[in-house]
Design a protein around this ligand. Structure first.
Ligand code: ATP
Ligand code: MG
Length: 761
């Protein structure tokens, strides 16, 4: 154990006041980078030193990773006792409580957690089953509506009985949303499944209807602490309020200027009204920023000052002035990416920085593609946080679905995924029939599957019967108490998933096989980790489903990478060099979000969050042209560029790099180029003081990319850069589709269709 009071010396007076606040409600309202998270961490350590048992402390963070880091820090101060803290995201903590107490609501402790894809797939089948048009009832919209209702604690019963919702839906020409909501909830319940919103909604129901349980947790949690409080929604707020109402020891930490989840129901009023709920409230303000240079802090202040709705704060720093904020203008989105990659390359060698000192922040995930290509070309390692991650890959989802189904046979979404995988000759119609039969007879899918001879005859019936026997053999292993890894490895082998991938000798097949092995490795690590008390498959699945996108960044254990992420994902983080890219009207601020002043203010807070991630150097960039939905658009610089006081900015000349735009390479981001190739790329990287790269091909008129899902050999196509060509070969492997195209005067190129913009002529 270290010198116990050492850490208090690393705090300024208001920080120390917050850390050592004795009892009663406490709110820390503070600017970005002013040590909020540090205060929360030290306060927990301090409480434990004062004799509070870690079992009695509940701390809610934004990502599990943040929770892990806090726990480590606390452990350094107070020792191994820190393990016993209840620390995690709202979702993970309340999933844990629901596993213990969910029986009261009719769920077993093995309930499945549906991720966003599962929810989408379920709502899509329900829309179809109810005979509704999915062009009118867009699954995303419907789910959003349901999600908003749940986060405002409106049950389906309340929804269908509320004339306001009914009128709204009628006016939007979607009068059946109430029925969809009801059916969706019932189906989740039958499947013994909860989606992310249900975890919060059901916790509220649990505490509302079962006072003995509420009472138990109210007494258990003597202290409740919440980081990033500005982003809690009503449902989360109510839970914390109920839990802390006996002891009144609630400590919340937040910055109203960084509230960026209103679109998901987060309510800034939670901060503003906190005083009304806790008249005894003690408020501490932190105004000194320790993270960034004066330039960055002042620029951020000049931006946020334009918002009308905000609490009075005066954020300052004693750090050095620092360099000006660089603004880069590029001719196109690809050029923007190249300039930034070059910039990172140069900063790395000139300033002796590491890849992990850099972060590229964008408004939408789709923007990552150009940066990936540009970084790959100059051999800079990167990682993408969010976006398509390891756990979203098909082969991983497939095996996870098997694991889920073994734990919970009512899991309808897992069932649909695996029933014909590997192929068993069971068609979609048979699957739909099973699901509908189960729903109509108020039986679970498993009851139908395990008595299939009553419902489906012939070969399909036989195949389903074999499937049921297979699942029963997996279940048996769990009943025998085998650990998660033993069961998962057996399932991967016996289900035929591994064999099928093993037999696929293509490069992609091999990499998919490795991915499945990697998943099994992670199950093994889970089982071997002494911190995990429960080694069951069910416990493993819970940690996987509840990983937020920001938690996945370390999945390959190699941290020496440039981080690419959305601004939403960057909350709470800090990097020496930050690039905020795509600063164009309609992209950032996003056109989709801009309905009124409140929306604009939320976009502006998002910009504020982005700026305040930077410690030493901030760079902003925009492109003059950009492809959007397959169309080349001319872009206007973002109004946010205008909003930063000019004295903080340095406009750099438009410049371009001269290496060729070679087609998308197929290797994984970690691959290294040969030394010779690397040298030649580096020498090619010398910036050229030329206005704009001349494209080799000028796209004809309004270039609108076609839907390439039906592209076939022999088709004539146009590419915005390579010009006209003919498709020579198609390689289709699962969702990876590649076309080899011979372009006039440009030779043969192999393009990944998920990236390539092609017009079919
Ligand atoms: P955000 O609003 O982005 O969540 P925050 O208010 O939580 O930021 P922290 O992440 O806790 O701020 O702190 C920002 C940086 O300043 C961290 O690197 C932290 O270690 C450092 N820091 C905080 N307080 C002090 C202090 N008193 N002395 C020196 N460094 C500090
Ligand atoms: Mg923080």
């Amino acid at each position: 154990m270290q010198n116990q009071n050492n850490y208090l010396d690393k705090l300024n007076p208001p920080q120390r006041e917050a850390v050592t606040h004795p009892e009663g409600p406490l709110m820390i309202i503070a600017g970005a980078g002013s040590g909020k998270t540090r205060v929360l961490t030290y306060r927990i350590a301090w409480l434990i030193e004062q004799g509070v048992d870690p079992f009695n402390i509940l701390s809610l963070t934004f990502t599990n990773k943040a929770a892990g880091e806090m726990r480590n820090r606390i452990q350094q101060i107070i020792g191994a006792d820190a393990k016993n803290l209840w620390m995690g995201t709202f979702h993970s903590i309340f999933a844990k409580i629901l596993r213990f107490e969910g029986k009261r609501l009719g769920y077993t402790s093995d309930f499945t957690i549906y991720d966003t894809d599962d929810s989408k797939s379920l709502i899509r089948s329900i829309i179809k089953e109810l005979g509704l048009d999915d062009k009118t009832y867009r699954p995303n919209y419907v789910l959003n509506r349901i999600s908003n209702a749940k986060n405002a604690l409106v049950s389906w019963e309340a929804y269908v009985n509320n004339p306001i919702y009914m009128e709204d839906d009628k006016a939007a020409r979607m009068p059946e949303i109430g029925r969809l909501y009801k059916t969706y909830q019932m189906r989740c319940f039958q499947a013994n499944a909860m989606d992310f919103d249900d975890l919060l909604f059901n916790t509220n129901v649990l505490f509302r209807d079962h006072l003995d349980i509420l009472n138990k947790y109210q007494h258990k949690f003597k202290h409740v602490l919440v980081d990033e409080f500005q982003d809690t929604n009503v449902s989360q707020y109510l839970i914390t309020k109920k839990l802390s109402s006996v002891h009144q020891n609630i400590c919340v930490v937040g910055d109203d200027a960084q509230s960026i989840y209103a679109f998901r129901g987060a309510n800034i009023q939670n901060i503003l009204n906190f005083k009304n709920d806790y008249p005894e409230l003690h408020v501490v303000k932190l105004e000194q920023n320790y993270r960034s240079t004066k330039t960055i802090v002042n620029a951020a202040n000049s931006v946020i000052a334009r918002n009308r709705e905000q609490l009075e704060k005066n954020v300052f720093t004693d750090n050095e002035e620092g360099s000006k904020i660089e603004v880069i203008k590029a001719a196109s989105d690809n050029e923007e990416a190249r300039l930034i990659a070059t910039n990172i390359f140069e900063a790395k060698s000139n300033e002796g920085l590491k890849n992990s000192d850099f972060s590229i922040l964008y408004r939408t995930n789709a923007q990552s593609r150009a940066f990936e290509e540009a970084l790959r070309k100059i051999n800079i390692k990167y990682r993408i946080v969010g976006g398509l991650s390891f756990y979203q890959r098909k082969e991983i989802k497939d095996l996870l679905a098997y694991l889920r189904y073994t734990v919970n046979q009512n899991d309808e979404e897992a069932f649909k995924r695996i029933i014909n995988l590997p192929k068993r000759g069971i068609g979609d119609t048979t699957v739909a029939k099973i699901v509908v039969t189960a729903a109509e007879n108020n039986r679970s899918v498993w009851e139908v599957v395990s008595n299939i001879s009553q419902y489906v005859a012939g070969r399909a019936g036989q195949a389903i019967d074999e499937f049921a026997i297979l699942i029963k053999s997996f279940k048996l292993m769990i009943e025998e108490g085998k650990d998660a890894h033993t069961v998962a490895a057996y399932i991967a082998k016996t289900s035929g998933i591994l064999r099928e991938l093993y037999e696929d000798k293509t490069v992609e097949g091999l990499s998919r096989y490795e991915n499945v092995q990697e998943l099994l490795n992670s199950v093994k690590q889970f089982v071997d980790n002494p911190e995990n008390e429960e080694k069951t498959l069910s416990a493993f699945l819970q940690t996987v489903t509840l990983m937020t996108s920001a938690d996945q960044e370390d999945e390959d254990g190699d941290n020496e990478r440039v981080t690419l992420m959305t601004i939403h994902g960057a909350k709470g983080l800090e990097f020496k060099y930050v690039y905020i890219v795509g600063l164009e009207e309609n992209l950032f601020p996003s056109q989709m979000m801009l309905q009124n002043r409140t929306d604009l203010e939320e976009e502006r807070r998002l910009f504020y969050v982005a700026i305040t991630r930077a410690e030493r150097k901030l760079t902003l960039s925009y492109a003059e042209t950009r492809y959007n939905y397959g169309r080349l658009n001319y872009c206007e610089p973002s109004r946010f560029l205008e909003e930063i006081d000019k004295s903080f900015l340095q406009l750099s000349k438009s410049r371009t790099v001269s290496y060729d735009d070679t087609p998308v390479r197929n290797d994984r981001p970690t691959s290294t180029l040969s030394f010779a190739k690397k040298e030649s790329i580096i020498s090619n990287l010398k910036p050229v003081q030329k206005a704009v790269a001349t494209p080799q091909h000028t796209p004809s008129g309004d270039f609108v990319a076609s839907d390439t899902s039906k592209l076939k050999e022999g088709d004539k196509v146009e590419h915005p850069k390579f010009g006209f060509g003919t498709v020579k070969r198609m390689d289709i492997n699962g969702t990876d589709r590649k076309a080899t195209i011979v372009f006039d005067g440009q030779g043969e190129k192999t393009l990944l269709l998920s990236f390539a913009k092609l017009r079919i002529l």
